[in-house]
Design a protein around this ligand. Structure first.
Ligand code: SF4
Length: 333
């Protein structure tokens, strides 16, 4: 039996005081407990954040929305403001896991969610992310579910979150509290590429914790869509997903935000595709051209070349659905 000390602070300062490099925070525990049982994570101390509040969703004066670290995935998905102003986030959350898991899983826990790479979860196998320097079993092993974007010679594990893909498209910041004070990290920079150190996954210091995620103000006149393609219709991780947020001026794309999941080592903004679309007519041809650009740097492995096509199709369908919604709105008004 693996033992650890459990502390239940009621103030953020106490939580930070208790937390060290070999410790873990726990909110819902939907990911951490799994990994502790498997022996993948072996915290000496677990700091329970459930006495800290951090469970509100607030609209700020500048129109942004601040989400507490402990807000559950279920409460976030069903919040009236989220459903009205950020439907792509609600869709992404509801496409993930199961009802009972969404009831337990928290916003901060989802941001910190760890990869489902089977070699990461099997302590008998080499894995640079779990055991730095041991090698990457996926590069020469079964890699059907692995990344084609953002990988390195050290790691090709996919980031598993749906929520984070929607947040990457929306834009925002991750608010951190540490012993030296508070800082905010742009959402796009919080998750790190594996490069030579896949064990370092986030721009987060050992003495810091996530207290909030702040979403950028919603875009007026936008339609959005989260499309998730997977092996079965529910309770499954994405093979490819796309969050699209689109505005049109007549038939012309005036702004677009695209983020991809299931194909990359972090929630992936398709910036080249976005740049190519602005000013173009919102047609399937334009969307297909952008989708090709989104994967121009892809490095498929032995078992996952299909993800390039699948990811491109996710982009085209997601954009087409968003454009149709905007045109339908225009026809009604
Ligand atoms: Fe480990 Fe990453 Fe390789 Fe998976 S892909 S075995 S997580 S190093």
């Amino acid at each position: 039996m693996r033992t650890f000390e459990l502390t239940r602070p009621t103030a953020i300062g106490d939580a930070l005081e208790h937390h060290g490099a070999r410790d873990a925070f726990i909110g819902g525990g939907t990911n951490l407990i799994d990994l502790v049982k498997l022996g993948v994570m072996r915290p000496e101390q677990v700091v329970d954040i459930n006495g800290l509040g951090l469970d509100d969703i607030e609209t700020l004066d500048d129109g942004r929305v601040r989400i507490g670290a402990r807000v559950s995935n279920a409460d976030l998905a069903r919040d009236d403001r989220i459903m009205r102003d950020y439907p792509v986030l609600s869709q992404a959350l509801l496409s993930g896991a199961s009802t009972s898991l969404r009831n337990m899983a928290t916003t901060a826990g989802n941001v910190m969610q760890r990869t489902r790479c089977p070699y990461f979860r099997d302590t008998a196998m080499p894995c640079n992310k779990r055991s730095p320097g041991s090698g990457c079993s996926a590069l020469t092993g079964i890699n059907r579910n692995h990344a084609v974007l953002g990988g390195s010679e050290a790691c090709i594990a996919v980031h598993p979150s749906d929520m984070c893909v929607a947040m990457a498209a929306i834009g925002g910041t991750v608010v951190l509290e540490g012993r030296k004070g508070q800082r905010e990290v742009p959402f796009a920079d919080f998750h790190l590429l594996p490069e030579r150190h896949p064990e370092k996954e986030h721009d987060l210091h050992d003495d810091e914790m996530i207290t909030h995620v702040i979403l950028d103000a919603p875009q007026a006149g936008a339609a959005s869509n989260y499309l998730k393609l997977r092996d079965r219709a529910s309770y499954e991780f994405a093979l490819a997903s796309c969050a699209a947020i689109l505005t049109l001026d007549g038939d012309t794309v005036s702004s677009v935000r695209l983020a991809l999941g299931g194909v990359a080592t972090k929630p992936w903004r398709a910036l080249d595709a976005e740049a190519a679309l602005v000013g173009m007519e919102a047609t399937t041809d334009s969307f297909e051209h952008a989708a090709v650009l989104a994967f121009q740097g892809a490095v498929p492995q032995s078992g996952n070349a299909f993800k390039v096509t699948l990811g491109q199709q996710a982009i085209v369908r997601s954009l087409r659905d968003a454009a149709r919604a905007l045109k339908a709105q225009g026809d009604r008004s």
